[in-house]
Design a protein around this ligand. Structure first.
Ligand code: ZN
Length: 239
């Protein structure tokens, strides 16, 4: 079997805009890492409070449901650390305040690898528009990784809270048009799909979604000789 040269970090942080983004973007890779002993945490910027097409929906109930679904989806791939930032769904901006909160999470958890949305992508594969929240969260996260978390004088109040500077070694960016890392998820595709299935409020027909995810993963995998793959723009940061 070809070697995808995937490192096994001690800790990886996944920063996503909405409940279900982490599963679509990286669920198979996360499941693989957890199986290899990596500690993975999720930081979700919003609770998905616009994730309904019913204008009369009870938003508080929706938010509670989506949080529960996200925790179950994380648990399905072995992740029990899930934090939410309570940004407003559909209105996330890459503000300094958001960058500070992501920086705080990075300095507290000290991950070698951070996974998030590729913020440079406006049109994904010329198939759909990349949600503005995805771009905003990706941008704030990349900026938090470099240079903010690295340099102690940025948000130096973190030092007083016992949070030292931290150098992230690599970024893994999903929904990218420039994938340079295909991860073999042949052994974990079923768990990715099982995690996605937890987001029941988001799918009219989960079978259709599952078929689409499987087909897409298999098409990507074919390029590298794997049964299934996830693709990332992998950026290795100079030390
Ligand atoms: Zn999303």
């Amino acid at each position: 079997m070809p070697d995808d040269r995937l490192p096994t970090p001690e800790r990886a942080l996944v920063v996503a805009a909405h409940p279900d983004d982490a599963e679509f973007g990286a669920g198979g890779t996360v499941a693989r890492w957890v199986g290899e002993g990596t500690e993975v945490r999720y930081l979700i910027a919003t609770r998905g409070d616009k994730g309904s097409d019913d204008p009369n929906v009870d938003v508080r109930a929706l938010v509670a449901r989506r949080e529960t679904e996200q925790r179950a989806a994380a648990a399905a791939v072995g992740v029990d650390g899930v934090d939410f930032l309570d940004e407003p769904d559909g209105q996330v901006q890459p503000t300094l305040a958001l960058r500070e909160r992501i920086t705080r999470a990075i300095r507290a958890f000290r991950p070698e690898i951070v996974m998030t949305h590729d913020p440079t992508v406006l049109f994904v594969n010329n198939e759909w528009v990349n949600h503005p929240d995805h771009r905003a969260v990706g941008q704030a996260t990349v900026d938090a990784v470099f240079p903010t978390a690295r340099d102690p004088l940025n948000f130096r109040e973190h030092l007083d809270a016992g949070l030292g500077p931290w150098k992230v070694a690599e970024l893994f960016l999903w929904s990218t048009n420039e994938a340079n890392q295909l991860v073999d998820i042949g052994a974990t595709l079923d768990r990715k799909v099982a995690a996605l299935e937890q987001h029941a409020s988001q799918f009219r027909s989960f079978d259709e979604i599952a078929r689409w995810v499987r087909r897409r993963s298999e098409e990507l995998g074919e390029r590298a000789g794997y049964r299934a793959a996830e693709g990332f723009r992998r950026v290795t940061l100079a030390r």
